[in-house]
Design a protein around this ligand. Structure first.
Ligand SMILES: NC(=O)c1ccc[n+]([C@@H]2O[C@H](COP(=O)([O-])OP(=O)(O)OC[C@H]3O[C@@H](n4cnc5c(N)ncnc54)[C@H](OP(=O)(O)O)[C@@H]3O)[C@@H](O)[C@H]2O)c1
Length: 255
C-alpha cells in the first residue's frame, strides 16, 4: 500500500520557529490549512508571530518554549506538542541553527562545540522522539534545514559544514529507516539566504536567496515527499561541481 502523502494530516511543528526561514515557512503551511506549533528559545517573540498567523490565516497556532540543547526535555516536548495540537503532529521541521565565525570556532573549542551541539546533536535528539511517534502511527513527515555547506568541507566554514554534514547523513539514515513505515524525511539544503544569520556577512548578492522564495521551495519539497531539496535548485549543480573537483586541485583553492 502507498504511504499517505505528507500533509494528509494538517498539523506541523516548526522548531526554531522564530528563525527568518521558519516564519516564512509558517505562512506557507498556514495558507495550506495547517495548524501550527512554533517552538524556539524566545517565546515572547514567538507569541507575537503566532498571534499574527492566527489573525491572518484563521489557523490554530501555539508558541512553545524549546531549547535544542536541553536534550533531556525533548521527549516531554514532543508530548507537549501533541497536547497543544490535540493530536500527534502530522509533521515536524527543524529550522534552528547557529553559524559561528569560522576563525572563532577554530580558536575556541567551546564555539565549535556549541555549533555541533545545536546543529547536529540537538536536531538528532529531538527528531528521534518524533520519529518514534510517527513510526508507531505509520505516517507523518520529518524535515530539517541542513546546508550546502555540508556537501564538502571548505576552509571558510568547515566547522559549521561538518555539523550540517552530520545532520544530512543522519536524515538520510532516518529516511532509510522510516520510508517503509509510512514516514517521509526531507533534507533541505539552502545556499545563502538573506536572513538574520547572514546579516553583515560579505556574500555574493547574486547568490543570496530571499527567505520567502526559499520557504516556498522547502514547503513544496516537504509536501511532495522529496528526499532532498537544494534551495534554490541551481545549488545542486554548483555543489555537484564543487564535490567533483579533484582533491589535488581542491586543496589549493580558497573556498
Ligand atoms: N541563512 C543562510 O544563508 C543559511 C544557509 C544554509 C542553511 N541555513 C540554515 O537554515 C536554518 C534557518 O536559519 P536562518 O537563516 O533562518 O537563521 P536565523 O534567522 O538566525 O534562525 C536561527 C534560529 O535558531 C534558533 N536557535 C539557536 N539556538 C537554539 C537553541 N539552542 N534552541 C532552539 N533554537 C535555537 C534561533 O533562536 P534565537 O534567535 O532565539 O537565538 C533562531 O530562531 C538554520 O538551520 C541554518 O543553519 C541558513
Amino acid at each position: 500500500m502507498a504511504n499517505a502523502m505528507p500533509g494528509s494530516q494538517k498539523s506541523v511543528v516548526l522548531l526554531g520557529g522564530g528563525s527568518t526561514l521558519a516564519r516564512a515557512m509558517a505562512m506557507r503551511f498556514a495558507e495550506k490549512g495547517f495548524a501550527l506549533v512554533l517552538a524556539d528559545l524566545d517565546t515572547a517573540e514567538l507569541e507575537v508571530i503566532a498571534q499574527d498567523l492566527r489573525v491572518r490565516y484563521g489557523q490554530s497556532c501555539r508558541a512553545l518554549h524549546f531549547d535544542a540543547l536541553d536534550y533531556g526535555s525533548h521527549g516531554d516536548f514532543a508530548a507537549e506538542c501533541a497536547k497543544a495540537l490535540g493530536e500527534t503532529p502530522g509533521g515536524v521541521v527543524v529550522c534552528f541553527g547557529v553559524t559561528p565565525v569560522q576563525e572563532d570556532a577554530q580558536k575556541d573549542f567551546s564555539v565549535a562545540h556549541h555549533c555541533l551541539d545545536v546543529n547536529y546533536t540537538g536536531a538528532m535528539s529531538v527528531l528521534e522522539h518524533f520519529a518514534t511517534l510517527f513510526e508507531t502511527r505509520g505516517s507523518g513527515f520529518i524535515a530539517a534545514v541542513s546546508s550546502v555547506a555540508g556537501d564538502r568541507g571548505r576552509q571558510s566554514n568547515y566547522i559549521y559544514g561538518a555539523a550540517k554534514a552530520a545532520l544530512s547523513v543522519y536524515l538520510c539514515g532516518l529516511q532509510n529507516r522510516l520510508f517503509k513505515r509510512g514516514v517521509y524525511v526531507t533534507t533541505i539544503k539552502p545556499g545563502f539566504m538573506d536572513t538574520k544569520m547572514t546579516w553583515g556577512m560579505d556574500l555574493p548578492a547574486r547568490l543570496l536567496t530571499d527567505p520567502e522564495q526559499a520557504a516556498g521551495i522547502a514547503v513544496q519539497a516537504i509536501l511532495k515527499g522529496r528526499g532532498e531539496a537544494y534551495v534554490p535548485g541551481y545549488w545542486r549543480l554548483i555543489m555537484l561541481i564543487i564535490r567533483h573537483i579533484p582533491g589535488m586541485v581542491f586543496k589549493r583553492l580558497s573556498l
